[in-house]
Structure formats: C-alpha cells, structure tokens
Design a protein around this ligand. Sequence first.
Ligand SMILES: NC(=O)c1ccc[n+]([C@@H]2O[C@H](COP(=O)([O-])OP(=O)(O)OC[C@H]3O[C@@H](n4cnc5c(N)ncnc54)[C@H](OP(=O)(O)O)[C@@H]3O)[C@@H](O)[C@H]2O)c1
Length: 310
Amino acid sequence: MKAIGVTEFGGPDALTVIELPEPHPGPGEARIKVAAAAVNPTDTVVRSGARGTGDRQPPYIPGMDAAGVIDEVGEGSKWQVGDEVMAIALPYGEHQGAYVEYLVGDDASMARIPANTDIITAAALPMNALTATQILEKLGLRPGQTLAVTGAAGTLGNYLVQLAKHAGLVVIADAADKDRQLVESLGPDHIVPRGDDVASHIRRIAPDGVDGLADAALQRDQAAPAIREDGAMAIVRAWDGRPGRGIDLHQAGVFDEYRSGEKLDRIRALAEDGVLTPRVAATLPSGQAPGAHRRLEAGGVRGRILLTFP
Ligand SMILES: NC(=O)c1ccc[n+]([C@@H]2O[C@H](COP(=O)([O-])OP(=O)(O)OC[C@H]3O[C@@H](n4cnc5c(N)ncnc54)[C@H](OP(=O)(O)O)[C@@H]3O)[C@@H](O)[C@H]2O)c1
C-alpha cells in the first residue's frame, strides 16, 4: 500500500511516498480504507525526528487522525465492512501513523463519524477532541469555575473552548485581532488579546486569577501568572519549568486515549449536536504532504489541513 513518511528525518521534503505491505486486522481490530488523514503539529516532530522513536525502525509514518470506511475486520471485531469511522492512530504504536491507504487499528481507537459531517472533515476531530476532553478531565474544574485557553484559534484551542463552555465553565480565550470572529464563534465568555502579556489581560477579567488554564499556545511561564494560587494548569508539550504557587501541573498525553472508543463516540455525538465544529483549512492529495507541512510550520493556519488518499 501507499504511505507517506520518512526514511530519513528532515524538513518537509523528507516526506515521500513509501510502499508498505498491505496490513490486515488481527482479533479485535479493523482496517480502514483511509479517506483522509489530518496534518497536526506533532506530525512535523515525527518527520524531523525531534522526539525519540522508541524501538521503531524506519520508515516513520506520521499522522494521528484518520477517517474512512472499514474494508476488513478481524476476528470478533465490533465493526462491519462499510462502516464509516474516524480514528486516532499512534505513529510509534503497534501499527503506524495515519498517512496511509489502509490503517489497521484497535476497535476502540475508532468511532462512527458524526452524521452531519462528511468523511473527509471527520478526520479533523479525533485526536484533538480527545486531547481537549482529557485536559478538561485532568483540570477537574466544576461548572461556574473559570478556564483560560491560550492558542484558542488553533484546533486544540477550538475544541477546548467549545467543550469547556458545554461543561458549564466560564471561558476566557485569547485571540489576535484577525482571529477574533473565529474565536467568538466558539462562544467563550471573554476574549483577550493574544501575545506575551496574555496573563495580565486575563487578570484584568479575573483579578484573583483563573481556576484553570489550558496552554495550547505553549506559552508556559508567560501564561502561568494568570492562574490563581492553588489553581490548575494543563500543558501540551514537555516543560522543564513549574508554575509554582501551589498550582497543579497536568501534562496532556493523548497517546493514553488510543483505546478511548467510548469517549470518541461521545465526541461524535457532541459534533452531531453542534457543540464541536471541526474546521478544515484545506484538503490536499496525500502527495502534497510536504507542502502541507511547510504551510503548517509557517503558522497562521486556521483549521486542519487534511490529506486525502484516493
Ligand atoms: N500532548 C498531547 O497529547 C497533545 C495533543 C494534541 C496537541 N498537542 C499540542 O498542542 C499544541 C496545539 O495544537 P493545535 O493542533 O491546536 O495547533 P495549532 O492549530 O497550530 O494551534 C496553535 C495556536 O496557538 C497559536 N500560537 C502559537 N504561538 C503563540 C504565542 N506565542 N502566543 C499566542 N498564540 C500562539 C497559533 O497561532 P499561529 O498559527 O498564528 O502561530 C495557533 O492559533 C501543539 O503544540 C500540539 O503539538 C499536544
């Protein structure tokens, strides 16, 4: 089968078409004929080799989100040939990443696509909506408490704001002027200017500090002063620093959600109810993966770039 990946780490042009043996599902697994895979920031890390690869040998195939149609099922699988599903994939897991024609995955790594969402767009949902769900679980805020979200215009930020509002939190989201309308459409209670001084802008709205902060913009010690004493902070990449002042620090780890099929199905239902709205920046044939990575790394992409596999 055709996959897009790297045999040697490098820049966007290191991504090439790679022939891999066609995979077949084992017990409790199913195979997706992939319609689309999303391009996420973490894919650029897999491509460049900036993070360890565990025991895995090349080629390395990025991609943590896919949507498509089940075309083969393993023994005892709950899925049926023809089911339209979305899935999370782990580039360094038992199977490879999602930039592939055929993705084999555990039954529980998949859920039906939302009824109101086309099969390409559905690829923008699983990984980041699971991450946002996990972050809110870890922060453990109660309805009426206040959550600040940095990077609210990004895909993870979008889902964080929408899910937090749905959970009854008071949400303060950051936005650049050019992203204000987009962020407003997510329904936060307050919008503050994004940037290095985001914490002081948040403090103007919440003088005692917010109960929790989800740092999707990786602002870390710039953002942490927005949090009240003994509050909570969620980070999405490793950070050597600490927020101090009794603040609980939670590290998001979506790898742990690989078998969270029930959560993924709740995400499906929330998308059907209009709580979560997947956003697509562009849909490109998979051969244009280098251009997609270049565009993502340049910044300013709003919505996910999706790679299609014919
Ligand atoms: N640990 C996990 O399990 C996990 C899971 C999912 C995602 N993540 C990580 O979460 C982060 C967000 O993911 P994403 O998909 O939402 O990325 P994204 O769509 O690129 O969004 C990131 C947002 O943050 C903004 N931003 C970047 N630097 C900023 C700064 N200094 N000040 C204010 N805003 C800034 C970006 O704006 P510009 O585009 O204008 O730069 C963009 O709007 C990524 O680092 C990703 O790898 C981690």
